[in-house]
Ligand binder design. Structure first.
Ligand code: FAD
Length: 460
């Protein structure tokens, strides 16, 4: 039980705002991207700077209050918010500082990827991230980061040079290859288990205008296209990324009317390495399998990054199921087709993100992110704007996943998982789990940061 004067003393020491139940902003401030999540924190601390983060950690520790850390609020399981606890909301800490000379960018812990893309694009640079610009830098990075530049530049964590953190004891450290290297290893894939990251420093790459966009084919061409894609992407040049999808065509521009609301299969391409080279890389597929819709062409990187933002607006119901996949055999393709034909609505979809290329050339033990040998991160999402359709999307995603899981590699990408329990987290980190547990024991022995895909502290 927190007394009013205790909360008042917290407020008095902060630059940022403290929001409590009953405050006008409370209902909006507790919402996250996934409308299925309905948590009621006791306090939401909107941190203005590192000092505020330190004060919030100290306050929570002294008053034994549960803590969650909120970056962009996109997490599938809603791990940015907690019931009855204190939310360390980093959303005011949205600054970016590009150093074009060293091709690095410092990013505040509350930034979205849209913030970063905007800042870096002016210098003809980009940091590998995801496929939606409204996603938070914090959660996406700490879980790994898969997106349009994965095959060329690696995961987001492969481009992380350092991070500043406030630890569970309230102290401030920098983690990098030379400072707290064990912590630096753990935060590259180990999620928000180790501290509040107040800023990240990334390596940026010369990327400006890509040859990119979706190509769609008839759903019944799915088996043929998926067979072709699974072989093609293994030997494609690193510059070419392409994730495979079963989807329903949105009923509006740029999609032609005759395709509206049709179930189709497709690949969203992104060639980052020259427009002519990109056109040449995709010529064979255009010739062999002329797409029903081809929106691939020159596109500025930030436009590519935000292409799907308007489709996936905040507050919809999201149910996520995921796996890593090494092989897609013909039986798996049949199972995919059975569930693709039953896609329940416009927003629900299945994506296969390639994690080969540059991402696969990092050893599994070099960072906490274990599944470097898998070829794809598969995700099945049931998504609907209406809570009344919750069962429909959950049932579809679950039965799709249940049938495909036997063909998977075992674990799943932490950022595509909901709350699936400790065994699933262990299956995801595999051999890296004991080392993660040991780092956790060193930096957070009391499991203060436990609203996450939790790694239990366990000394070596
Ligand atoms: C529409 C959509 C599209 C997506 N696309 C992709 C994609 O293309 N590629 C991909 O890899 N992932 C993708 N994701 C998944 C995304 O990576 C995760 O949802 C991620 O957790 C989001 O991070 P966040 O900061 O927005 O989330 P939050 O909900 O704010 O936080 C998620 C977790 O990260 C921790 N955390 C966040 N910020 C910090 C910080 N600064 N310090 C310490 N811990 C922190 C929190 O404790 C929490 O456990 C997508 C998600 C959505 C909803």
């Amino acid at each position: 039980m927190l007394h009013a004067e205790t909360i008042q003393s917290l407020k008095a020491g902060l630059r940022g705002q403290v929001i409590e139940p009953g405050d006008a902003e409370y209902e909006a401030a507790r919402k996250v991207h996934n409308g299925m999540i309905d948590r009621r924190p006791r306090l939401i601390v909107r941190c203005a700077d590192v000092a505020d983060v330190m004060a919030a950690v100290k306050f929570a520790r002294e008053n034994q209050v549960l803590v969650s850390i909120r970056g962009g609020g996109h997490n599938a399981a809603g791990l940015g918010v907690c019931d009855d606890g204190l939310v360390i909301d980093l959303s005011p800490m949205r600054y970016t500082q590009v150093d074009p000379g060293s091709r690095t960018v410092r990013v505040g812990g509350g930034c979205t990827w849209g913030d970063v893309d905007h800042a870096t694009h002016a210098f003809g640079l980009a940091v590998p991230s995801g496929i939606i610009a409204t996603t938070g830098v914090g959660g996406l990075t700490l879980g790994g980061g898969i997106g349009h530049l994965t095959r060329r530049c690696g995961l987001t964590i492969d481009n992380l040079i350092g991070a500043d953190l406030v630890l569970a004891d309230g102290s401030f450290v920098t983690a990098s290859a030379s400072e707290h290297p064990d912590l630096f290893w753990a935060i590259r894939g180990g999620g928000g288990n180790f501290g509040v990251v107040t800023s990240f420093v990334f390596r940026a790459h010369p990327v400006h205008t890509n040859y990119a966009g979706p190509m769609l084919w008839e759903l019944e061409d799915g088996p043929k296209m998926l067979r072709w894609y699974r072989d093609f992407i293994r030997q494609a040049p690193d510059e070419l990324n392409g994730f495979f999808a079963f989807l329903v065509v949105p009923p509006g521009p740029p999609f032609p009317e005759h395709l509206h609301l049709r179930k189709m299969c497709g690949v969203v391409w992104c060639y980052a390495g020259g427009l002519e080279q990109g056109e040449a890389a995709l010529r064979p597929v255009r010739e062999m399998f002329p797409p029903a819709l081809d929106l691939c062409g020159p596109i500025p990187h930030p436009v590519m990054q935000s292409m799907f933002d308007a489709l996936y607006t905040p507050g919809m119901q999201w149910y996520w199921k995921a796996d890593f996949v090494n092989e897609i055999n013909d039986d798996a393709i049949e199972a995919h087709m059975r569930h693709a034909r039953q896609m329940p609505n416009l927003f629900s979809t299945m994506h296969l993100y390639p994690i080969n290329g540059a991402a696969a050339r990092v050893a599994s033990s070099d960072t906490a992110w274990s599944y470097r040998g898998a070829t794809w991160a598969e995700v099945i999402v049931g998504v609907d704007p209406d809570a009344a359709n919750r069962d429909m999307i959950v049932n579809w995603a679950r039965s799709y996943w249940n049938e495909l899981h036997p063909y998977s590699a075992g674990g799943a990408y932490v950022n595509f998982m909901m709350d699936e329990g400790e065994e699933r987290v262990k299956a995801t980190y595999r051999d890296n789990y004991p080392r993660l547990a040991a780092v956790k024991a060193r930096y957070d022995p009391g499991n203060f940061f436990r609203v996450n895909q939790n790694i239990r502290p366990q000394a070596e």
